[in-house]
Each structure stands twice: as structure tokens, then as C-alpha cells.
Design a protein around this ligand. Structure first.
Ligand code: 13P
Ligand code: SF4
Length: 300
């Protein structure tokens, strides 16, 4: 393993490459990354970096977002079938039919979506800025929110806006936690704060002390010591590794995204050696998809 990591560092320097890793990646991948973060942080970074080669350790929609925002860099996804089941729960065609049912509405699309869906949307959002995005839309407009019904209904509740959600969800967050998990761990650790990702079922979101993105959780742990976390376990593992003296408890060990765990250290090495899975976006839809992301990034 030591030799593989040395070779990764050698190739990275030789090719002037950068490794970006989402907060759900395995500890060893996050450790070797130049930058780690949540979806919004990684999108902003992707747009700003000057490297000719980006190895994106995450899932496909994230690498596509980086490719859209930074056409000057070659973006490589180490494992080509690392996808997101939620992103695949709505197609461009289905979104066109959904829009036709609600003429005059505004489409907000969670960044966990395909390029085709982004190209049919007015504005993107991530879990950390969804409220800000929805609040930027004129109050008389009906909002269609795709694909995540849980993030959409959370934002509707907090903003008081009329939001019609698509029936998509993240299987890891939807099925990974139960109310019994919350009751048991709250009883055992009454002095811990429960941090919940908004992709979770509303029953779990409603029992949270704080609802936040993975980036929000990383920041929260900088100044707090006792938490129960309801999100994919890669983040919980990494936070425990970063803060060995703090009490960081996973709400459920079942919450694992198999797609996020597909990337192994060997795949990062192959990505740097062969640059095989070069992520590109069809030029016909790239401009429109990028506009939806740019509108989100332009919000202050
Ligand atoms: P954030 O990184 O925005 O919290 O999103 C979580 C997620 O599911 C990414 O796939
Ligand atoms: Fe998609 Fe859920 Fe995995 Fe995130 S955790 S990549 S939303 S399946």
C-alpha cells in the first residue's frame, strides 16, 4: 500500500494533477486527496482550480459537475460505474412531462441529478444552499423540486413555499435510519446533539437538533464534542479519524452508500496512470446544464 501511495504522489506531481474527494469517500481516499468537501464546496473548487487533470473521487454526477464548470481541465472518475441511484430516478424526458403539467413553474434541481435533468432545470441547489436557492425565486411562483422528495419537503417546510416534489430519494438516507435508532441513541446519549442530513426521511429530519449538509457537519465538529450523526458512514468514519478525542456516534452503521465506496486506492492510481474514464458532457446540453449551476453559484 505504501508503494501505491508513493506512486500516486509521484504521478500527481508529474502530471500536475489534483485529487478531489467527497466527504463520503473511504478514509484512505480522503487522506490522499488535495481537497475534501461536500457537493457545493467541491463544485466551487472545481470551477476555481487550474490543474490540467482532476481525479474526482466521488460519484458520476459530481465529476460531470466538475467537467461542466471547468472545461479546461480533464476530469477523471476512477470507477466508471460509481453512480447515484437518486440521480437516476428522473430522466430529462420525465422532467419535460412534469413541467408540462405545471406551466409557469420554476424547476429547482438538486445537484444529485443527470446532466439532462440539469439542462431542463432553471436552477440547481445542493443540500447546503437549497433554502437560499428556493428563497431567491419570486414568491408567486410554484416550484418543482427534483429528484429528492425529502430535501424538497424539508425546504418547503422551512421556507413556507409551495413546492411540488418529484418522488425520488437516496436509498442510503431513506432506509438507513429508523425512529427506533433515534429513540435508543437519544436515551443512551442525552447530552449529544443529533445532526441529520436533509436527504433522510422526514421522520428522522423532524427529530433532529440540527439539519445540515456533510460540509455543515464537518464545520460543526470543529467547535462541538458530542454528536450523533445521521448521514452516510464515510463522513462519520472520517470525523472520528479527525477528532479521536470527541464522541461521534453514527445513528446507524447500515447507512453505507455502495457507490461512494467503490473507489479504492488502486483505482486512484489507475486513474492517474491511464486517465481512462474521462468525463465529458454532450455539447448540445452542456451550456444549459451549466447555466442552472451558474445561477446557483451566483447567489450571494
Ligand atoms: P452533501 O455533500 O451536499 O451534503 O450531499 C450528500 C450527498 O448525498 C452527495 O451524494
Ligand atoms: Fe446518491 Fe445517496 Fe450515494 Fe449520495 S449517498 S451518492 S445521494 S445514493
Amino acid at each position: 500500500m505504501h508503494d501505491i501511495i508513493q506512486e500516486i504522489h509521484r504521478l500527481k506531481a508529474e502530471k500536475n494533477a489534483l485529487i478531489l474527494a467527497h466527504n463520503y469517500q473511504a478514509i484512505e481516499i480522503q487522506e490522499m486527496a488535495d481537497y475534501r468537501g461536500d457537493s457545493l464546496q467541491l463544485s466551487i473548487l472545481s470551477a476555481a482550480v487550474k490543474s490540467p487533470l482532476i481525479v474526482f473521487c466521488g460519484v458520476k454526477f459530481m465529476a460531470e459537475t466538475a467537467a461542466l464548470l471547468n472545461p479546461a481541465s480533464k476530469v477523471i472518475l476512477p470507477v466508471i460505474d460509481a453512480g447515484c441511484p437518486m440521480a437516476d430516478m428522473i430522466s430529462g424526458e420525465q422532467l419535460r412531462e412534469f413541467k408540462a403539467q405545471y406551466p409557469g413553474s420554476v424547476v429547482v434541481c438538486y445537484v444529485n441529478s443527470t446532466v439532462e435533468v440539469k439542462a431542463e432545470s432553471d436552477i440547481c441547489c445542493t443540500s447546503s444552499n437549497a433554502l437560499k436557492v428556493v428563497s431567491s425565486i419570486p414568491p408567486d411562483k410554484t416550484i418543482l423540486f427534483v429528484p429528492d422528495r425529502n430535501l424538497g419537503s424539508y425546504v418547503a417546510k422551512v421556507s413556507g413555499r409551495k413546492i411540488i416534489t418529484w418522488n425520488g430519494y437516496c436509498p442510503t438516507h431513506q432506509w438507513g435510519f429508523s425512529l427506533k435508532d433515534v429513540q435508543d441513541l437519544r436515551a443512551k446519549h442525552p447530552d449529544h446533539q443529533l445532526l441529520v442530513h436533509p436527504e433522510c426521511d422526514p421522520v428522522i429530519v423532524d427529530s433532529a437538533d440540527q439539519v445540515m449538509s456533510t460540509g455543515g457537519m464537518v464545520k460543526y465538529l470543529e467547535t462541538n464534542d458530542r454528536v450523533i450523526i445521521a448521514t452516510e458512514n464515510g463522513l462519520t468514519d472520517y470525523l472520528k479519524h479527525l477528532h479521536p478525542g470527541k464522541s461521534i456516534i453514527s445513528l446507524s452503521p447500515k447507512a453505507i452508500c455502495q457507490n461512494m465506496k467503490k473507489t479504492k486506492v488502486e483505482d486512484v492510481l489507475s486513474a492517474l496512470q491511464d486517465e481512462e474514464y474521462h468525463i465529458t458532457v454532450p455539447s448540445e446540453i452542456a451550456h444549459q446544464a451549466k447555466s442552472a449551476i451558474d445561477r446557483m453559484l451566483a447567489l450571494k
